[in-house]
Design a binder for this molecule. Structure first.
Ligand code: CA
Length: 228
């Protein structure tokens, strides 16, 4: 699950980023309106945490833009301006929730889980390819119904591929999606290579029918032999 945190106050931004990263979210940050706007146009996020008062614009304008351009993704407004007008306007513009500052991190995480789950009322969305299933809300992976143990980044990589069966994904895109933009590119490629190797071995040993293949010179793609 990928989150965009739009917050201009650096200490708060860092606290939230750390907390959510610890909860296995991929967190990207924007400290101003312009950066947030560019990121929203270039990437998709499962949830956006949106501050209203930004140095170069109003967060509500970003929300307006997102809804006008039909972008998916949940939005939680985090604002120090606990005004009824802002709250009403935010919800009218299609925000999923509104959390006034200051708040406890536990409360923020609960709200995030809740808005993400709201999109999937059964609370048990399943991504399936061949005999392999991944349950995003539970961070769980099964092969023929039997759970398999993956490390965090192996899981994140698998999540990315099982959401895009048959699509060729290049290393840069994968690194960006799984590690976010907080890490040096050259480190990323080493990590991608190492984690990919372990993930493939675990899938093979568990008897998974889909596999992640190398596409020489481009990257990787996930295919299921039986459905190909
Ligand atoms: Ca602010």
């Amino acid at each position: 699950m990928k989150i965009l945190l739009v917050e201009d106050e650096s200490s708060l931004r860092e606290i939230i980023r750390r907390e959510l990263t610890g909860e296995r979210y991929v967190v990207e940050t924007a400290s101003d309106f312009r950066t947030a706007l560019n990121k929203c146009d270039d990437y998709t996020y499962d949830c956006i945490l949106l501050d209203i008062t930004l140095p170069d614009g109003n967060g509500l304008k970003l929300l307006e833009h997102l809804r006008a351009t039909g972008r998916s993704g949940r939005v939680i407004i985090i604002s120090a301006r606990d005004s009824v007008e802002d709250k009403v306007k935010g919800l009218e513009l299609g925000a999923d929730d509104y959390l006034p500052k200051p708040f406890h991190m536990a409360e923020l995480s609960a709200r995030i889980r809740s808005v993400i789950r709201r999109g999937h009322p059964e609370g048990g969305r399943e991504l399936k390819l061949g005999n392999l299933s991944l349950f995003p809300e539970r961070f769980e992976v099964r092969v023929d119904g039997r759970p398999i143990e993956l490390l965090r980044k192996e899981y994140d990589i698998l999540h990315y591929f099982i959401s895009r069966p048959g699509h060729v994904v290049d290393k840069e895109t994968l690194a960006e999606a799984v590690w976010g933009d907080h890490i040096d590119q050259s480190d990323n490629f080493f990590f991608v290579y190492a984690q990919m190797k372990n993930l493939r071995r675990k899938l093979r040993e568990a008897g998974a029918s889909p596999e992640i293949r190398s596409v020489y010179g481009f990257g990787y793609k996930m295919v299921d032999e039986k459905t190909e």
